[in-house]
Design a binder for this molecule. Sequence first.
Ligand code: NDP
Ligand code: OXD
Length: 314
Amino acid sequence: MSLLVAVGDLNPEPWRRRLSASLPGREIATPETLGDPADVHYGLSWRHKPGAFENLPHLRAIFSLGAGVDHALGDPRLPDAPLVRVVDADLTARMSEWVVLHALLHLRQFRRYDRQQREKIWDDDESQPAAGDVRVGVLGLGEIGCDAARKLQALGFDVAGWTRTPRAIPGLPTFAGEAGLDALLGRTDILVNLLPLTPQTRGLLNRGLIGKLAGDGRLGGPVLVNAGRGGSQVEADIVAALLSGALKGASLDVFETEPLPETSPLWSMENVFLSPHNAGMSEPEAVARYIAGQILAFERGEPLRNVVDRTRGY
Ligand code: NDP
Ligand code: OXD
């Protein structure tokens, strides 16, 4: 009973090694080493080449090696097997670390004081706001968004969130659907995007949305923090908003094109923090353990958990 690991141009070796340790005795193949397609029962995908899981007559499930599944759903030849995504405490904790870090970098004017240190300038800002003076809007209150929202609240930020369907979350104001979005934006100084990429969320972070963010906040202008997907952001609009002052700053982990092209103006913009899509790296040890646990439970007759609803796209 073999597993087929298809990770595009990435090195499959760390995954093969961890999966062999967690599922001893199983063959772990890649598209290049695959023997008999009839032996494959499980597919493991990260940005796999289209068609990688086609013509596997005994395929039972496909596991995304990340929380997001847009990379897999983008394959028009993806078979109709259950698609399972990662929900893992390690990944969630890493994402929240990144979100909290960037909310604090903007709150505490890190770029300014970093520059002042390099220039040996001693200049204090007596109007430094406290976290409680700053309103954070979190787009997406799923596994990751909820955790990040709670951790931001623990630091004192004034947090609210936005979801597709109405959610009642004790102690956290929530807004839902298209009708709720403007209300959330109007009370937001730091907008944190943790949405999956779907047809509805593609291009959402655009000029129109930025124009609806609160203009009266204590940071001197709204800030965009995106660790969801680059396909949700319109980078030309974000650059223009940063230049015009419609955005005071941004932290971006994900981009329309990855790696971010050298020609992107974002690389050298003041008050923009960039990271190479590693806010919540899928740590092979933790994720292999999660997938092995799911496979063993499934083979004992238990249902798969965290199966993607393909009509919703997440
Ligand atoms: P979940 O599926 O648990 O949560 C998704 C949330 O987004 C839900 O609250 C959902 O609403 C909301 N949502 C989806 N579509 C819409 C919409 N059209 N309008 C409003 N709200 C919407 O996902 P996770 O929290 O596990 O992960 C979120 C995303 O984070 C991933 O899909 C991935 O893109 C990204 N990610 C990025 C990483 C990185 O390294 N940068 C690492 C890991 C994940 P509802 O509650 O109503 O269903
Ligand atoms: C994920 C990611 O979706 O790393 O897990 O982007």
